[in-house]
Ligand binder design. Structure first.
Ligand SMILES: Cc1cc2nc3c(=O)[nH]c(=O)nc-3n(C[C@H](O)[C@H](O)[C@H](O)COP(=O)(O)OP(=O)(O)OC[C@H]3O[C@@H](n4cnc5c(N)ncnc54)[C@H](O)[C@@H]3O)c2cc1C
Length: 411
């Protein structure tokens, strides 16, 4: 059923939210767009927060997602430093912490994720998390050469922080409960190869250890981490990198289905006129044959654009377009660029088809029988990225091997 679309509210002013506004304007939407964010910044890019901003190579002005004149051209009402605290989809109202009420015809939820905390995690000096620009700058101030930095959690962001801290001359230990880093993303075998890159650069990566508590030093500053075997890892700085939870608390009374993310249909629609995009959205990805939530940059950008197009289509009474994509992310650690396309469940066979772990430069393919599932590239972008097309086409394992064979074929 069509409906008049004059007022669009976007909650979350980061990558996904920005892409919603840009796409609406590109599609010639002439109504009002209001973007609400609990941060005080206009949209900025998060990946450099653990890389070039944290290392000190870049200052914050380098990570603005758009120049001021481009933001002005969007003609958006920005409400910064205020949070959405309640949604009433029946009367189409978003309530803000400040008491303001925003009426909408179309709503896009792009609130991303909030850092998870460890049980008993103290707010002492020296204990950090990393999600925002402020987090990155506060941590950067503490990454002084010679300091002992303990990173809890060997996910991508934890490992990037470890690499950056090491590059700044810190003495770095990574603590991970699982038997290898990055198991959830890459599987144990490839995770161990990434750990090797860290060890070669002087980071101590300790897997299979369990954090039992934080030790307090003088004047409320952290002094170390206690493990469950009673041993202590001394620390001047601790970074807790144990992932994020979708930022959905404000939706509790909304009646929307919230289950580790805002549950959407395949068009990213959560309710009539209500869409979700980015880290907060959970949707059935037809390409993977199941419901997923993805915490990667490219996904947030593409979903923001797709949510905007589908909202416009719905308002015209037209069918929307399902969002199906091959998940993709990259990560920079020391001098290695890691790229991963597809999804690994841990039960695939993994074969290295180019380069070698010894040179920290290789391509590994993941398959389950005849089903080609994913590709991991370490510092081999030209050979890695073409597999994305095959994954999008659900190509067989044989077709992936044919692509490998074509590298050696005379041209
Ligand atoms: C340190 C770091 C490094 C990363 N590196 C990479 C990388 O190398 N490669 C990669 O693929 N991905 C990387 N990512 C992930 C990528 O940045 C995210 O997937 C992307 O930022 C998600 O965008 P989003 O707009 O969905 O959510 P977010 O960027 O999380 O933005 C959501 C916004 O909504 C705001 N918000 C939340 N709740 C409310 C509320 N109730 N009211 C108003 N505003 C609210 C938040 O404060 C935030 O500003 C990295 C992320 C981080 C943190």
């Amino acid at each position: 059923m069509s409906f008049p679309l004059e007022r669009v509210v976007i909650v979350g002013a980061s990558l996904a939210g920005l892409r919603v506004a840009e796409t609406l304007r590109q599609q010639e939407f002439a109504g009002t767009i209001t973007i609400v964010s609990d941060e005080t910044e206009v949209p900025y890019d998060r990946p450099p927060l653990s890389k070039k901003v944290l290392s000190g190579e870049w200052e914050p002005d380098r990570i603005r997602l758009r120049k001021p004149e481009m933001l002005d051209a969007l003609n958006v009402d920005w409400i910064l430093g205020d949070a959405a605290s309640e949604l009433d989809p029946t009367s189409k109202v978003v309530r803000l912490r400040s008491g303001r009420e925003l009426r909408y015809d179309g709503l896009v939820i792009a609130t991303g994720g909030v850092l998870r905390r460890l049980p008993g995690q103290p707010n002492w000096a020296g204990v950090h998390g990393l999600r925002t620009l402020a987090d990155s700058l506060a941590l950067r101030d503490e990454l002084v050469g010679g300091r002992r930095v303990v990173v809890i959690g060997a996910g991508f962001i934890g490992l990037e922080v470890a690499a950056t801290a090491r590059t700044r001359g810190c003495d770095v230990t990574v603590l991970e409960g699982a038997p290898a880093p990055l198991i959830r993303g890459l599987g144990a075998e490839m995770g161990r190869l990434v750990a090797r890159i860290h060890e070669q650069n002087g980071v101590s990566v300790r897997c299979g250890v369990k954090v039992d508590g934080f030790l307090e030093g003088e004047s409320g500053h952290v002094a170390g981490i206690r493990l469950d075997d009673g041993s202590v890892v001394p620390a001047d700085v601790v970074v807790v990198g144990v992932g994020v939870s979708p930022a959905t608390e404000w939706l509790q009374s909304s009646g929307l289905e919230v289950r580790d993310g805002v549950v959407c249909d395949e068009n990213l629609r959560a309710a009539p006129g209500v869409y979700a995009a980015g880290d907060v959205a959970r949707w059935p990805n037809r390409l993977l044959g199941r419901e997923v939530r993805v915490e990667h940059w490219t996904n947030a950008s593409e979903q923001g654009a797709m949510a905007a197009r589908n909202l416009l289509a719905e308002s015209r009474g037209e069918a929307g377009t399902p969002y199906e994509s091959v998940p993709f992310f990259w990560s920079d650690q020391f001098t290695s660029r890691i790229q991963f396309l597809g999804r690994a469940e841990g039960d695939e066979t993994v074969e290295i088809v180019a380069g070698s772990p010894e040179e920290n430069s290789f391509v590994a393919l993941y398959h389950r029988g005849d089903e080609f599932r994913a590709v991991l590239g370490v510092s081999r972008p030209k050979q890695t990225m073409p597999f994305g097309k095959l994954l999008a086409e659900r190509a067989t394992w044989q077709r992936a091997l044919d692509l490998v064979a074509s590298w050696d074929a005379p041209s």
